[in-house]
Design a protein around this ligand. Structure first.
Ligand code: FAD
Ligand code: 2HG
Ligand code: ZN
Length: 471
């Protein structure tokens, strides 16, 4: 460790104390690699400030010493955004000690939280106050509100409640020079110039450190109806989605799709899971309705699916009669990420398309990938209700680094060209991070890139906030 690094650590210690520093390599191990175990880095130190004031002091010091900062929340991101490079010169700023629920205001229907609050804890706090915070995703037991904001996270209820941008009213941010921007406003209307809040949401740690947020709350759902259906085609599932929306309106809170291969992977690799239907279907959907009180939700879903079966839109369906059955279905859906990691090496595509274009996209992409003659299996699943597919391609676990790189270049171009042709997005909910940085440059227009780089320059002229990610 050189003298500058030693000095930096001593200065950081004077700000956060021993409890706020992680210096031993073995204790840093879980911070310097990502959840997928795909990216690995090194850091001078991991610093864990206890509050916004300490965060501001840490950032001011890094600004003065030109030390690059990688902000990290729960480290569950899927695009390598929270993993440092391997220079050893960067510092991880972990928000995990900033975990207080600052206030719940049931009358304004808002909650103010520290950025390091774990998503599940935010949901619990809302529930304890008789309210509901609807963001929900497989990593909710570990991801943080700051990470959700920084990636503009989506998840399973976007079709009803929107993504994180739609769920946040105000932010508190430590800017790259250490000043604190207090934008913790709980307003539904505020047209006082450019929306700075929306710039920070989705900025992936590149414009500042989010330290607090005002979140929207909703009425608690006391009734749910959950079903699993099997269909022959994605076109049929899209038609079923449209019918469900028309019949159930805002009661439709989740419409998740899984191909036969995605389901088979979970059944093989995740313990205590079993096939919901007697006959495997090419495409499956997990559908959930919710309402503040039970005004015949189950009957509504039963009638809808009965009609769909009569019309040969759906082959088979399982309607849950209790919460245990529903939990078993959600376990299958949420087990896909883990099953994929166990089964192979992944080339991930987190794409968004107009729902009406999805069936044709998948048909064309599958044909093109088959023509590549790779030893590849398509694991296609995702949030059909909002048009977001995880169109992942899995190659054997034994593939070498070079083979993965080669297949990634080939498949990214093929899939992302087709997505672009169909007016879709190459980055729907996981962020750009380091995974899609080159793809972003390839697909964004020069004008959009120029404007984004000018915003970055205006906020972070020393380029210390998460270098090598996003832009
Ligand atoms: P991290 O991984 O720590 O960081 C992610 C990015 O945000 C990095 O660029 C980091 O620098 C930045 N960042 C973190 N905190 C801050 C902060 N306070 N200020 C500024 N920048 C910050 N995502 C979805 O959208 N939908 C899903 O359905 C979904 N399902 C998942 C399921 C599993 C099993 C897993 C492992 C992940 C899933 N994810 C999903 C991805 C991930 O959970 C989300 O991206 C989540 O929002 C990341 O939160 P985090 O606290 O772990 O952030
Ligand atoms: C999900 O929807 C997550 O389960 C993870 O966004 C997707 O593993 C993936 O590619
Ligand atoms: Zn997802």
């Amino acid at each position: 460790m050189n003298e500058n690094t030693q000095q930096l650590i001593a200065q950081l210690r004077s700000i956060v104390g021993d409890a706020g520093l992680v210096t031993a390599a073995e204790e840093q191990a879980s911070y310097v690699k990502d959840w997928l175990n795909k990216w690995h880095g090194r850091v001078a130190v991991v610093v864990r400030p206890a509050d916004t004031a300490q965060t501001a002091e840490v950032v001011r010091l890094c600004h003065r010493t030109h030390t690059p900062i990688v902000t990290q929340g729960g480290n569950t991101g899927m695009s390598g955004g929270a993993t440092p490079d391997d220079s050893g010169a960067q510092v991880i700023l972990s928000t995990t000690r900033m975990n207080r629920i600052r206030a719940v205001d049931p009358i304004n229907n808002t909650m103010t939280v520290d950025a390091g609050v774990i998503l599940a804890h935010a949901q619990d706090a809302a529930r304890a106050a008789g309210r509901y915070f609807p963001l929900s995703l497989g990593a909710e037991g570990s991801c943080t509100i700051g990470g959700n904001l920084a990636t503009n996270a989506g998840g399973i209820a976007v079709l009803r409640f929107g993504n994180m941008r739609e769920l946040a009213l105000g932010l508190e941010v430590v800017l790259p020079d250490g000043r604190i921007w207090n934008g913790l406003r709980g307003l539904r209307k505020d047209n006082t110039g450019y929306d700075l809040r929306d710039l920070f949401i989705g900025s992936e740690g590149s414009l500042g450190v989010i330290t607090g947020a005002v979140l929207k709350l909703f009425s608690q759902p006391h009734a749910r109806a959950t079903a699993w259906v099997g269909c022959d085609s994605l076109a049929q599932l899209a038609e079923l989605l449209a019918r469900t929306r028309a019949r159930c309106g805002d009661r439709l809170v989740a419409f998740e799709m899984m191909s036969a291969a995605s389901l088979a992977l979970v059944l093989q690799h995740v313990t205590d899971t079993r096939a919901p239907l007697a006959q495997p279907a090419r495409y499956n959907a997990l559908i959930e309705l919710a309402d503040t009180e039970d005004l015949g939700l189950q009957a509504m879903l039963e009638e809808l699916l009965g009609q769909a079966m009569e019309d040969v839109l759906v082959n088979d369906a399982m309607l849950c009669t209790n919460g245990t059955q529903a939990a078993a279905l959600w376990k299958i859906r949420e087990g896909i990420s883990q099953a994929q990691v166990r089964a192979g090496k992944l080339i991930k595509h987190d794409i968004a398309l107009p729902i009406s274009a999805i069936a044709e996209f998948v048909e064309q992409a599958e044909r093109m990938i088959a023509a590549c003659e790779l030893q590849a299996e398509i694991i296609n699943f995702g949030h059909l209700g909002d048009g977001n597919l995880h169109f992942n391609v899995m190659i054997p676990l034994s593939s070498s680094y070079e083979e993965v790189q080669q297949a990634t270049l080939q498949l990214n171009r093929l899939v992302h060209d087709l997505v672009t042709e169909k007016q879709g997005s190459i980055s729907a909910e996981h962020g750009v991070g380091q995974l899609r940085r080159d793809e972003l440059r390839h697909y964004k227009s020069p004008l959009e890139m120029e404007l984004m780089l000018r915003i970055k320059q205006a906020f972070d002229p020393n380029l210390i906030m998460n270098p090598g990610k996003l832009l």
